[in-house]
Design a protein around this ligand. Structure first.
Ligand code: FES
Length: 159
């Protein structure tokens, strides 16, 4: 069983330069997420101590930022673009198809952690609209039937 009270290995060093009066909280969350794939619950007491606040305040801040994960990420992350060019070209139908096949909503992962579905904003690759990103790589223009095929394949092979 995992010890939920111990800081993850290496966290002390990762946060060594963190000062309560000049902490960029979002950048700190990203630093932890880059190292561990998410911000583990066990990191919150140390973060709170470093920033002279409470774990509850840290938790509240983490939940405010949708791009910060509180659980280990799925093996394959489908990022659905909610930008205007993608929407104009039918991305809502693609989202509905992905949700239906995967059985999850935006911000969720399948129970086996094979596939996660997340909302992202436009990053300027609108020429490929409507698109999704697979672990960061754009895939588009995508039709609804291609989205269904993609979701089925990922589900079958486990991410
Ligand atoms: S609107 Fe989707 S990539 Fe620009």
């Amino acid at each position: 069983m995992t010890d939920t009270t111990k800081s993850p290995p290496g966290l002390e060093q990762l946060l060594a330069d963190l000062k309560p009066d000049n902490a960029d909280l979002l950048a700190t969350f990203h630093r932890i997420q880059d190292a561990y794939g998410y911000v583990p619950r066990q990191a919150m007491p140390l973060l709170a101590e470093k920033l002279h606040t409470t774990p509850a305040m840290i938790y509240g801040a983490i939940t405010f930022y949708s791009e910060i994960r509180r659980e280990p990420p799925a093996r394959t992350i489908i990022s659905w673009c909610s930008g205007p060019a993608c929407r104009l070209k039918g991305s809502e139908n693609i989202r509905r198809a992905l949700e239906a096949v995967l059985g999850i909503g935006l911000g969720e992962s399948t129970a086996d952690k094979a596939v996660g579905l997340h909302l992202v904003q436009c990053d300027g690759t609108c020429a490929l609209a409507p698109l999704v990103r697979l672990n960061g790589r754009p895939k588009g223009p995508l039709t609804v039937s291609e989205a269904i095929k993609l979701a089925r394949e990922l589900k079958e092979k486990g991410g």
